[in-house]
Design a protein around this ligand. Structure first.
Ligand SMILES: [Zn+2]
Length: 345
């Protein structure tokens, strides 16, 4: 019964307007406000409904330590940096502190594993990075641009900036936020709408400084969603030799390789798939091969364009009026520019 009482008695309009306002119009030096919004969404999505109702009844707040928020930041930015190379601001030499911390701790190489798997064997590094984030983004050593907790709820009305602590209060000394149970209820009940808004606004902010394909999908997901590609072995059945070493292909050790790395293209387009032996596939992993193979790929696609319908379809999708060939070359050079390694096959 209490559920209906809450819904009737409370006007959630202000929660909705403030949340959307923060995402769409809040002042931003970097993307921390989006990350904090994502944290609040993740947190409220998983809360137990009966406990939430009890908290509302007793006007009792959720106490969330900065530590927990720092862990979430680490996970969000880890994926965007190591898996997708998404730039978080336009200064290449001055990335936000969270990115600097990640690079200092984990290096600047591409890391193919999912974060949840990676932390199992690199938990020491993860602990160091988290400690640094606590200090530089949420702690005493934070810079002006890292004041995300105090500034998150500041909204501009006309020329005035107004602080609206309607979702949480905070205590910097105790390093925690006190989340309003009504705010948590609102986020929980409007999760899908708010999540989509957050992803949309985060992507809008980043699309000005990133030009690679499928930006929104990369920001939305934080684990990989790779599908099985084995049916391409039969689609490209004419290929009897490894695309890279020219060795004879023998099933079941025939692999389907993303010529331009999957984490850059983020799709299984037939034009980008080649058959390779196990050795070459493992060696190449998520790197780029040298230029001559780019010419081979274009040759391969030209040869089979009119023979394989699924290939033709994927090439048509690439073509924006100047043919698909320059688009493939552009993807290759952009991918390299984004820091993907080029290796000798
Ligand atoms: Zn090979």
């Amino acid at each position: 019964m209490i559920r209906w009482t809450i819904m009737i008695n409370h006007d959630f309009e202000e929660f909705r307007n403030t949340f959307v306002h923060i995402l769409a119009y809040g002042y931003k030096d970097n993307t921390y406000k989006f990350a904090l919004a994502r944290f609040l969404l993740d947190y409220c999505k998983n809360i137990h409904f009966d406990i939430l109702v009890k908290k509302i009844k007793n006007d009792e707040r959720y106490i969330i330590h900065y530590d927990e928020i720092a862990s979430a930041f680490l996970k969000y930015y880890w994926h965007q940096e190591f898996r997708y190379r998404i730039k978080q601001n336009s200064h290449n030499e001055k990335p936000p502190s969270v990115i600097k911390i990640l690079r200092n701790t984990f290096g600047d190489q591409y890391i193919p594993e999912d974060f949840s798997r990676y932390i199992k064997y690199e938990n020491k590094k993860v602990a160091i990075a988290k400690q640094q984030i606590m200090k530089k983004v949420f702690g005493n050593a934070r810079s002006k641009t890292s004041l995300v907790i105090p500034r998150f709820q500041k909204i501009r009305i006309g020329t005035k900036a107004i602080l609206k602590n309607i979702f949480y209060d905070y205590d910097d000394d105790k390093q925690c936020i006190y989340l309003s149970p009504l705010g948590a209820y609102f986020i929980n009940q409007n999760y899908t709408f708010l999540f989509k808004t957050m992803i949309l606004e985060w992507s809008k902010y980043l699309e000005k400084i990133n030009t690679f394909p499928r930006l929104i999908a990369k920001i939305e997901t934080d684990e990989s969603r790779r599908r099985s590609l084995t049916h391409y072995i039969t689609i490209f059945e004419d290929a009897k030799h490894c695309f890279y070493c020219n060795g004879q292909l023998r099933r079941p050790s025939t692999h389907v390789d993303h010529f331009i790395p999957w984490s850059y293209i983020f799709d299984d387009n037939a034009w980008n798939l080649v058959l390779s032996c196990q050795e070459c596939n493992c060696k190449k992993s998520n790197s780029l091969s040298q230029y001559k193979f780019l010419d081979y790929l274009i040759e391969r696609n030209s040869k089979y364009e009119n023979k394989i319908p699924i290939l033709k379809k994927s090439l048509n999708e690439l073509d924006f009026g100047h043919g698909w060939r320059p688009e493939i070359r552009k993807h290759y050079s952009n991918c390299k520019e984004y820091g993907f390694l080029q290796i000798q096959m």
